[in-house]
Design a protein around this ligand. Structure first.
Ligand code: MSP
Length: 668
């Protein structure tokens, strides 16, 4: 944990006239997850979000609606505040740039800079984009179009006020060089450094003549101008601290911010404009500006004109708040671009939540209810010592691994580690078969070990999952019959594997994550479909179904598979194959590239089992492959066969053998 006990995190302030979409939800949920984690760890968190309300677009929209801009903003603001309620966002403050105290701070800062002669008036002629409300230089403009929004732009000449941003260029480069964490991820840091080292940083126009725009903060030293929206908006991160922390002494005790979360498109305004403004105002710079990636939708850019804007409200309606939050941070490594698809969301909810955590909770509690009168039993003797040891080891490492994950904003990694514990527990229950132990009176102590171990893991999982899924975590704690208030800092030993648990009376409740039935046809999306589908092997009804990445679209649930003759079946050549090496296919969550031995020959097989298995776990295993399948390419990689696995929309288990079988042996 960092040495300061405060943690100040911000989201961008969103344009009030935007319709909230998945991008807004993404940043805000990420900020919420971090806030909840650090609060749980006892830090004094200040989480700020809000709205950017000034500017030409708002003025125009208000004029169109025939109302004052302020009334227009007041009408639109609830779109965001309501969504944050629905997404269970625990911000400490909500700023609106039309707030009077914010306006006063902006004016005070402008006056300070003006008095220090860091703001000057000059003529400016340039290419102006009305839509983006910004000037472009000659070399940026191609074919009379704005390089950003591609709309026509016009040449404009006017007096304006400029902030002497250019003079901070060297200091900023030095700051970025010396503070590895200042801009993250590293790729973005290098981009900003590259830009600063190769281009001359100009001064920043921070005013707009009222003749052109009146909806803004008036310059304190010239009533004919309002403040440029970005100068006004960026100041929110500090002005909020002066008037919004409730019950706190006023002042800047949270400053500098620990993390400004922003999308990649607004990194320059933060890393360059805001940093140099702070230098001029003699304020410390934020510790980290983290730029996350953008979501596309089914592989396409999200836009109103395409009609593919993902409405977070609909996602909450369909999947629930917790599941949507989980998906947002599980699907893509934070910092990289990601693709949203309805089917990817369904797959995650089903595989990770319904079949994962939800199933572990429900099967554990059902057995405790049936076999132990609803009371979590004490541990008995070891049942599967090796697995129990692995579970305990992982559980002990988890709080530390989680903390490093949160320090680095690696949300996905944190979730994968959590899933690893979930997976180990599933394996443990499958192998120890407590339902069989329950039928043997002499095996009660063993049964107790299994149920106690599983309940302990669930308790830990609830604590770890809380920042991501606050409601589900609270329900898990409640169903386990524990009294832990997750909205308060946890005691230092709360995350310990051996924290007391036995004796608690469970309260089994409704299933946490009901399985979502996906549409059987027409619901496929990029993430569900292999890069180039392979033909499906005909398999007998009783055999395990092939792994999804190598199957064609499933038939509708109501259709019975056509019957085949024994001759048909005999055309399929199944063989035992030993996995010699396995690795992930880059950029694919599902695909693994396997090198397998068939005794006399070696094959390469690409299989869609990467969500279920880590590649290392497969090396040395003897599996079943379809050996006479026509080779096909999956994401450009040749696959010479197909592995057999159980499962429908997701892999449940690989087909393998009870005995040691020589690679290459025929399977019938
Ligand atoms: N008002 C400015 C920010 C001022 S902060 C002092 C602004 N607002 S915005 O509403 O247009 O965008 C807010 C955020 O949404 C940005 O961080 C942007 O990156 C993010 N996103 C917009 N579309 C997005 C996706 N398709 N995917 C992920 N985030 C995206 O900019």
């Amino acid at each position: 944990m960092s040495t300061r006990d405060t943690f100040y995190i911000t989201t961008p302030i969103y344009y009030v006239n935007d319709v909230p979409h998945i991008g807004h939800a993404y940043t805000t949920v990420a900020a919420d997850v971090l806030s909840r984690y650090w609060r749980l760890r006892g830090r004094d968190v200040f989480f700020l979000t809000g709205l950017d309300e000034h500017g030409q677009k708002v003025q125009q929209a208000a004029a169109k609606a025939g109302i004052e801009p302020q009334a227009h903003c007041d009408r639109l603001a609830p779109q965001f505040t309501n969504l944050w309620d629905r997404l269970n966002i625990s911000h400490n403050a909500f700023i609106r740039t039309s707030d009077k105290p914010h306006q006063s701070v902006v004016q005070r800062y402008l006056q300070q800079l003006f008095d220090k002669q860091l703001i000057y008036k000059a003529d400016y002629t340039g290419w102006y984009c009305t839509y983006d409300e910004r000037f472009w230089t000659e070399k940026d403009v191609v074919g009379g179009l704005c390089p950003d929004c591609k709309r026509p732009i016009e040449q404009l000449s006017e007096h304006n006020y400029f902030f002497k941003m250019g003079q901070y260029q060297e200091r900023l480069i030095e700051h970025i060089r010396q503070h590895q964490d200042f801009i993250r991820p590293d790729s973005r840091r290098n981009e900003v450094l590259g830009f600063l080292q190769t281009q001359k940083l100009g001064d920043l126009s921070i005013s707009r003549p009222k003749s052109r725009l009146s909806w803004g903060i008036e310059l304190p030293f010239d009533k004919d101008y309002v403040t440029y929206v970005w100068f006004d908006a960026l100041v929110n991160y500090i002005s909020a601290l002066e008037y919004l922390p409730q019950g706190q002494p006023a002042g800047l005790r949270y400053w500098p911010a620990d993390v400004h979360l922003v999308g990649k498109d607004i990194l320059t305004t933060h890393a360059v404009y805001w940093s140099t403004m702070l230098m001029a105002l003699e304020q410390p710079l934020p510790k980290t500006i983290f730029a996350h990636g953008w979501w596309t939708v089914d592989g396409e850019k999200m836009s109103k004109s395409r009609g593919n804007v993902v409405d977070p409200n609909r996602m909450v309606d369909q999947f629930g708040t917790d599941a949507f939050r989980y998906f947002l941070l599980r699907e893509v490594p934070f910092g990289q671009d990601g693709d949203f698809s309805h089917s990817a969301l369904v797959t995650t909810v089903n595989a990770k939540l319904a079949n994962g955590i939800g199933n572990l909770l429900s099967r554990t509690l059902t057995m405790i209810e049936r076999s132990c009168a609803g009371v979590i039993p004490e541990r008995g003797p070891a049942v599967l010592p090796e697995l129990e040891h692995r579970i305990e080891e992982l559980a002990k490492q988890l709080p530390g691994r989680t903390e490093s994950g949160f320090d680095a904003l690696l949300f996905r990694d944190v979730l994968l580690t959590i899933e690893e514990l979930n997976g180990l527990c599933d394996e443990y229950i499958d192998k120890s078969a407590p339902w069989k132990l329950a039928k043997q009176p002499e095996a009660q102590p063993q049964l107790h070990t299994v149920l106690n171990t599983s309940a302990r893991a669930l308790r830990l999982l609830a604590l770890l999952l809380y920042p991501f899924m606050p409601n589900a975590a609270a329900q898990m704690i409640q169903q386990l019959g524990l009294s832990l208030d997750l909205s308060r800092p946890l005691a230092a030993d709360a995350g310990h594997w051996n924290a007391p648990l036995a004796g608690s009376t469970i309260q089994k409740g409704a299933s946490l994550f009901p399985r979502i039935e996906s549409k059987p046809q027409g619901a496929k999306s990029v993430s569900e479909t292999p890069a180039s589908p392979q033909p499906t092997a005909a398999a007998p009804a009783a055999s395990p179904s092939p792994a999804p990445a190598t199957t064609a679209a499933p038939a509708p649930a109501t259709t019975q598979p056509a019957q085949i003759t024994i001759d048909d079946f005999m055309k399929v050549q199944l063989k035992a194959a030993k996995v010699l090496a396995a690795e992930r296919v880059p950029k694919s969550e599902k695909l693994l590239k396997l090198q397998v031995s068939l005794g006399t020959e070696q094959r390469q097989i690409v299989a869609g089992i990467g969500k279920k298995y880590e590649p290392e776990a497969l090396v040395g295993k003897t599996i079943v492959i379809v050996a006479n399948l026509k080779p096909a390419k999956l994401m450009g990689i040749e696959s010479q066969g197909m592995v057999l696995a159980a499962g429908d929309s997701e892999v449940r288990g690989l087909a393998t053998f009870v005995e040691d079988v020589e690679p290459g042996t025929k399977v019938k």
